[in-house]
Write a protein that binds this ligand. Structure first.
Ligand code: SF4
Length: 356
């Protein structure tokens, strides 16, 4: 199907769809009807929108499109995590991961959204970064990952639960704040009570330290969580692990975090990938405590998931707990992220798509 000259309806909010209907000579309420089909029922074919007159369905089929990304392949981990390989309109490919949540594992899922095809940040330990950067995703391609994953989960698990995805984290491929406007537009679509209606507190955006984005987020009237991928407690090491640090060193990053705290009064989470013999010594723990303690933040430790082509190693369980205890004794609020999806390369830092 040639979609190039058609109007993309996915990504429009309810008001924009109503305006579009007026523009093509239809009553405003048709926009609301189509909005519900797209965002509540995950329907992309106009022919399935049964309360829309047949003539209008035919017209829309010729002039408009709802491009929910296509799932080409999925891999299922032994822990229930699923990794979807999705294809976009221009045939670029991305990966999206859903992770089972909570006690009754498998009833609700957390979705990890990609924000770019590849990533220009090139963190030393990350498979996505080493695969290069291709382009930013549009908001409709991000919200499309939600709709496509929900449709797939409902179909595969034979569950008619519209809330099957209960959490969203912007932690997949890409640096979200290098694509700020489109990311935030997708957040507003996720939280719209007339549409997907996801709770704001169930959404997290994770940045590798894009200072401008942190300051802009502080100005939004949003209750979402901000996570910072820290990974090193001093500039010398962070320059090597997260090259964005050369543009925004830790002093500037922490200043932006303080600004965010002042404006929003919301705790931030620092993510810290644990790399054996690289960033988990006693000295690193001391530096981390000194830097983070005044901010009353949470630290989320992530034991590294090894990537075949990269030299970093996962620390032993003893070393993980040792570092954890140093931080706790230093007065930090620390959690260790449980590993999910490592066997299907769906864990943090393992997303990688070969270009066609
Ligand atoms: S860790 Fe995140 S920011 Fe760094 S290269 Fe990978 S995807 Fe990009």
């Amino acid at each position: 199907m040639n979609t190039i000259n058609r109007t993309q309806l996915l990504g429009m909010n309810c008001k924009q769809l109503e305006d579009y209907m007026l523009q093509i000579g239809q009553p405003r309420y048709r926009g609301r009807q189509i909005y519900k089909w797209i965002y509540q029922k995950d329907i992309s074919s106009f022919y399935e929108m049964s309360d829309i007159p047949k003539e209008l369905r035919r017209q829309l089929d010729e002039t408009a499109v709802v491009s929910i990304p296509r799932v080409l392949k999925q891999r299922v981990s032994k822990d229930g995590t699923r990794k979807f390989l999705m294809e976009l309109e221009d045939r670029k490919r991305i990966e999206t991961v859903v992770i089972p949540q909570g006690e009754g594992r498998g009833s609700r899922y957390s979705l990890c959204i990609s924000t770019q095809v590849g990533c220009p940040i090139s963190c030393a330990f990350c498979a996505t970064g080493s695969s290069g950067y291709h382009r930013n995703l549009q908001s409709h391609e991000m919200v499309g990952q939600f709709l496509s994953s929900r449709r797939e989960l409902k179909k595969r698990l034979k569950k008619n639960d519209d809330n099957i995805i209960s959490n969203v984290v912007y932690m997949g491929m890409g640096e979200p704040f290098l694509n700020y406007d489109q990311v935030i537009a997708s957040v507003y679509l996720l939280i719209d009570p007339q549409g997907i209606n996801l709770g704001q507190r169930h959404i997290t955006i994770s940045t590798s330290g894009e200072v401008k984005g942190i300051k802009r987020l502080a100005e939004e009237d949003l209750q979402i969580t901000l996570a910072i991928s820290l990974h090193a407690p001093n500039d010398q090491l962070r320059d090597q692990l997260v090259p964005l640090n050369r543009k925004y060193p830790l002093g500037q990053l922490m200043e932006a975090v303080e600004y965010y705290l002042d404006k929003t009064n919301r705790r931030v989470t620092f993510e810290y990938i644990m790399l054996d013999d690289v960033n988990i010594s006693r000295e690193h723990a001391h530096e981390l405590i000194k830097m983070v303690k005044p901010l009353l933040a949470n630290i989320n430790l992530i034991p590294y998931n090894e990537v075949e082509t990269l030299p970093f190693k996962r620390p032993s369980s003893n070393k993980v707990w040792q570092f954890y205890h140093w931080l706790v004794e230093g007065g930090l609020n620390v959690t260790i992220r449980e590993e999910r999806g490592g066997d299907i390369e769906a864990a943090c830092g393992q997303l990688y798509v070969k270009e066609r």
